[in-house]
Design a protein around this ligand. Structure first.
Ligand code: SF4
Length: 103
C-alpha cells in the first residue's frame, strides 16, 4: 500500500503538469508518488481504472509509463484541486495505491 506519510518519508523531486512528483524516480522502473492532496503511488498502480470510473469530479487521467513492471499507464491525479474528499478512489483501488488527505 501507499505510504500515507510519504510527505515526511520522501522528497519532492519535481512537478509534472502541475502535479508534485515524490521520489525516488528512476524511469522506467521507478515512477514515484504523484500528487499531494490526492496521491497515487505509481509503483503500485496497476492501471485497474476504478478510480477514473468512480471519481465524481474526474480528478484522474491516464498517463503512459512504458516499461514500468506493474503497468504501462497510471492514474495521474491531474485535477487533485477538484477533490471533494469522498474517499471512493481510496476504497475502490484494488492495490491501495491512493492516499487522500482531507484538508
Ligand atoms: Fe475523486 Fe473522491 Fe478520490 Fe477525491 S476522494 S479523488 S473526489 S474519488
Amino acid at each position: 500500500a501507499i505510504d500515507s506519510n510519504f510527505e515526511q518519508n520522501r522528497e519532492q523531486v519535481g512537478e509534472e503538469d502541475g502535479v508534485a512528483v515524490w521520489g525516488p524516480v528512476e524511469p522506467p522502473e521507478k515512477q514515484g508518488i504523484r500528487g499531494t492532496h490526492v496521491a497515487v503511488d505509481f509503483d503500485i498502480c496497476l492501471a485497474d481504472g476504478a478510480c477514473l470510473e468512480d471519481c465524481p469530479v474526474d480528478v484522474f487521467e491516464w498517463v503512459d509509463t512504458p516499461g514500468h513492471p506493474e503497468s504501462e499507464r497510471k492514474a495521474n491525479p491531474a485535477d487533485e484541486d477538484q477533490c471533494i474528499d469522498c474517499m471512493l478512489c481510496v476504497d475502490v483501488c484494488p492495490v491501495d495505491a491512493i492516499d487522500v488527505d482531507p484538508g
